[in-house]
Write a protein that binds this ligand. Structure first.
Ligand code: ATP
Length: 226
């Protein structure tokens, strides 16, 4: 479904990615891992055309999207739940959801069934939501685009344990429904049982890829500081 091959990405003169490879097969949940500052968010930004790579290639369903514009990438079926949520704070919950709606399986009712709190807060302005509720809204907003591949960047970071559990329950539901998912999250206890494949970035390069069972304590210690 997605094939990222040896990409290099810069912020101005500063190189952040030095050769990232990443493959996602339809229906899989792939975990993108690595310590802080190793290039996970930049990899996602590269896929979505926010910081296009200057070398390497990105293909989605066989089509080259290496330097495609963000709205085209979204139209092709990639949905992003960005780090920091970035809800439209001056819009209501309902308006946030409708702003990105495209015809398909996911609609407002289905999103509200996944996150009943969003139904309770339907007419509230997004800036009055708690951090956890904003995270639910960011996931709901991405689902409203009816993506083929959902990308979640640190969707449980900084949230209260009970809210994290609600987000994990939703991610498990999405996976069980067969949605393809790329997940960046440091909570290995939750990520590893869900992942079909993992890959680790170190200093902007893919240094390890494999199945979760092959991720030894030595690798976790060396690359994840666990
Ligand atoms: P974290 O887990 O902390 O979010 P990450 O693995 O997602 O980290 P990135 O945010 O992709 O890492 O950062 C990769 C490298 O790119 C880091 O060295 C970072 O300082 C640098 N970087 C990130 N954003 C910018 C920017 N806007 N301008 C310049 N350098 C940046």
């Amino acid at each position: 479904m997605l094939r990222v091959s040896n990409i290099e990405t810069f912020y101005g003169p500063s190189q952040a990615l030095f050769g990232v490879d990443l493959t996602i097969v339809a229906g899989e949940l792939v975990a993108l891992m690595g310590r802080n500052g190793m290039g996970k968010t930049t990899t996602i930004r590269s896929v979505f055309g926010l910081t296009p790579p200057s070398a390497g290639s990105i293909e989605f369903e066989g089509k080259d999207i290496t330097r495609a514009q963000g709205f085209r990438i979204a139209q092709m079926g990639l949905g992003l739940v960005p780090e920091g949520r970035r809800c439209f704070t001056n819009l209501s919950v309902r308006e946030n959801l409708l702003a990105t709606a495209r015809a398909g399986h996911w609609d407002q009712t289905k999103v509200e069934n996944l996150f009943p709190r969003l139904a309770e807060r339907r007419d509230q302005s997004a800036n009055t939501l708690s951090g956890g509720e904003q995270q639910m809204l960011a996931i709901g907003r991405a689902l409203m685009t009816n993506p083929k591949l959902l990308v979640l960047d640190e969707a449980t970071e900084g949230l209260a344990p009970v809210i994290r559990q609600e987000i994990w329950r939703a991610i498990r539901t999405l996976k069980a429904e067969g949605l393809s998912i790329l997940l960046v999250d440091k909570t290995l206890k939750e990520v590893l049982p869900l992942a079909s494949h993992c890959l680790i970035l170190e200093k902007g390069q893919t240094v390890w890829a494999g199945e979760p069972d092959a991720l030894t304590d030595d690798l976790k210690d060396r690359y994840l500081g666990v």
